[in-house]
Design a protein around this ligand. Structure first.
Ligand SMILES: *[C@@H]1O[C@H](CO)[C@@H](O)[C@H](O)[C@H]1NC(C)=O
Ligand SMILES: *[C@@H]1O[C@H](CO)[C@@H](O)[C@H](O)[C@H]1NC(C)=O
Ligand SMILES: [Zn+2]
Length: 499
């Protein structure tokens, strides 16, 4: 329009604006206030004590942002030490964080525990494949050679032979996590890091699927969360079969009952822990008919264990994997049969646009997913974003996972920054804590609060993120109410201890 106006008219308009003077400062304050009210936690009214804590947190955060290097801008494996020393992080450790809604059972417990506890048990054998990946198995006698692995040795014998047990244990640990001093050198691209990621899962499987280990492993996992002031867990699990020393095999029901039993005992000993539920998860590499069978099985498990089984998900790398739409027949089955099977799909864990994988965010919503795992691609899908917001389908943001798996390097650039600025329903989770060398949720909360949220994120943001983890959990409404009440008591105690 302006370009078509005669020059004299433009000059006149300009003069009129200058005569009106500077924009009105109160108008500016009003705009800033209105914009701030939209962000996650922007509608939370803070108490006097919360405002004091907020002031303190902001000063701490400003100091951290001024320091070099800024932890969220650095690869987590290099930033971890800095974060551990950070006053903001220490505060977040004390903070009641609600529930962890996106964690995988095969990566629940620190690798350190697997090495120091599981591999120290008698009858533990190890074998190294041609591509130097480890396999473990517990067996009374030396296992037979397998196609991928010929020579099994007792871990205890190898450890004794090595002399330096600490160095030997550190070498075992390297097979079970992604952690390394040189992440950029070791993982030049997404393919390289996913390759190691998947090999580490296979390495750990022989340990975790040993029935006696699984029981202690789950218990340990709950302890690690509880110690980090997390009060609830929704665990994605394939419910793998487990084995005993004599070679006998337990089925999925055994694993489910073991989970139920361990959680029940833990809650009895720690009444402030609210419990844990399972999201049955199968690999997206399965065929359409295998996924169909898995959906049917999950439907039955949910019917038989309604307090334990929350729903269903597909796992494994989305990029290059089968998209949700490929499984449309299987995923439509529950609705067609008139039964309920809530979905908790991983969707949009990609930085590619316009691929089948990128389409998963819309398909997840089409299949009525209750939440979206990662949703890294969501900010680029205006319609899916709107649907997710209107339907309150929360996005499970796992900052460290996205950085380590190379979707983003500087977490200030994470797309969840946009979602957070708009007050999109979000929860923060850890995805695969043992693979990334974290435990609990505090590291991911730090990245979300300091890196993704920047100076805009305040105590209200933290409060809303924690409450969201209960609000968007799979708990039935009455349990949500009591969970929120329990969380609020902890929150008030936390605020008065720190304000
Ligand atoms: C492993 O942990 C369990 C449970 O805490 C404990 O009973 C057992 O003694 C530990 N085993 C080893 C070898 O450390
Ligand atoms: C999703 O929800 C809609 C509306 O409730 C329903 O009509 C549809 O069948 C559901 N689709 C699936 C795949 O569950
Ligand atoms: Zn995941």
């Amino acid at each position: 329009m302006v370009a078509s106006l005669p020059q004299a008219a433009v000059t006149l308009l300009w003069l009129a604006a200058a005569a009106a003077g500077m924009p009105d400062p109160s108008q500016r304050d009003e705009l800033m206030r209105r914009e701030a009210s939209r962000r996650t936690g922007g509608g939370v009214a803070l108490t006097a004590a919360e405002r004091r804590l907020d002031g303190e947190l902001r000063r701490m955060k400003e100091r951290e942002m001024a320091a070099e290097p800024f932890p969220p801008a650095v690869h987590f494996f290099k930033a971890k030490g800095l974060i551990r020393d950070s006053p903001v992080f220490k505060l977040l450790q004390d903070m009641p964080k609600g529930g962890a809604l996106h964690v995988h059972s095969s990566s629940l417990v620190s690798a350190e525990w697997l090495v120091k506890n599981a591999t120290y048990r008698p009858h533990c054998y190890v074998c190294f494949t041609w591509d130097n990946s480890a396999r473990f198995v517990f067996s009374r006698r030396r296992p037979y050679p397998r196609w991928d692995c010929f020579y099994w040795q007792l871990v205890s014998a190898l450890r004794a032979e090595a002399g330096d047990a600490a160095a030997f244990d550190a070498s075992l640990m390297k097979h079970l996590t992604l952690v390394t001093d040189d992440p950029d050198g070791e993982y030049p691209d997404q393919d390289a890091v996913w390759d190691k990621f998947e090999r580490a899962f296979v390495a750990g499987a022989g340990l975790v699927s040993h029935a006696p280990v699984l029981r202690d492993y789950l218990l340990r996992g709950l302890h690690e969360l509880h110690r980090d002031n997390v009060m609830y867990l929704e665990l994605r699990s394939g419910l793998s079969r487990t084995y005993e020393l004599d070679g006998s095999i337990h089925d999925k029901i055994w694993t489910l009952r073991t989970f139920q039993d361990v959680v029940g005992k833990f809650v009895a000993e720690h009444p402030d822990f609210l419990g844990a539920r399972l999201i049955v998860a199968v690999h997206r590499a399965l065929s359409a008919s295998e996924v169909k069978a898995a959906v049917e099985e999950a439907t039955e498990l949910r019917r038989d264990f309604p307090d334990v089984v929350a729903g269903f998900d597909l796992v494994g790398r989305e990029d290059g994997g089968r998209p949700l739409w490929y499984f449309r027949d299987a995923l439509s089955l529950p609705a067609q049969m008139g039964v309920t099977l809530p979905y908790f799909f991983h969707a949009g864990e990609t930085d590619e646009e316009g691929t089948e994988t990128d389409q998963n965010v819309l398909d997840a919503l089409l299949f009525n997913s209750s939440r979206i795992g990662h949703g890294y691609a969501l900010a680029r899908h205006p319609l899916a974003k709107e649907m997710s917001r209107v339907r309150q389908v929360a996005v499970e943001v796992c900052p460290i996972s996205n950085q380590v798996l190379k979707l983003v390097s500087d977490l200030r650039n994470h797309p969840a920054a946009v979602l957070m600025a708009e007050g999109h329903p979000l929860v923060i989770s850890s995805d695969d804590p043992s693979m990334f060398g974290t435990a609990g949720l505090s590291y991911d909360f730090y990245q979300a609060f300091v890196g993704i949220g920047g100076l805009k994120a305040n105590v209200g943001t933290l409060k809303e993120l924690a409450l969201n983890s209960i609000r968007y959990s799979s708990l039935p409404p009455t349990l949500k109410d009591s969970a929120q009440a329990a969380w609020r008591r902890k929150w008030d105690a936390f605020v008065s201890a720190h304000a």
